[in-house]
Design a protein around this ligand. Structure first.
Ligand code: ZN
Length: 104
């Protein structure tokens, strides 16, 4: 999967179109991702030892195909391409400006 945890992505369709957020979780089996503050749903939780219960807002997973990687350099959603580094490791770069998106 081309999208990884902690990537900055922008939503391309749906009610959260245009929203930008950080990828909190990737679910490769379902081709879905969880993006911070995107597709928020309210859930009722029961009282337990851990929490008081009540209504909490939580991100719902969305399809990975609905988002694009956001390039901080281009300030736009961009396509990415793989670049092979000198140490033979693969890195993802912005297809437009070449900005490296896998920061360590
Ligand atoms: Zn770029």
């Amino acid at each position: 999967m081309r999208i990884k945890k902690d990537d900055l992505v922008i939503v391309l369709s749906g009610k959260d179109k245009g929203k930008k957020g950080k990828v909190l979780r990737v679910i490769p089996d379902e081709d879905k991702i969880v993006v911070q503050n995107v597709s928020m749903v309210k859930r009722h939780t029961r009282q337990s030892k851990k929490s008081k219960g009540g209504i909490v807002s939580q991100e719902n997973p969305i399809f990975a195909g609905k988002v694009m990687i956001y390039c901080p350099n281009c300030k736009e959603p961009v396509r990415i391409k793989a670049k092979i580094l000198s140490n033979k490791e693969k890195s993802r770069v912005c297809a437009r400006c070449g900005e490296e998106l896998d920061k360590k």
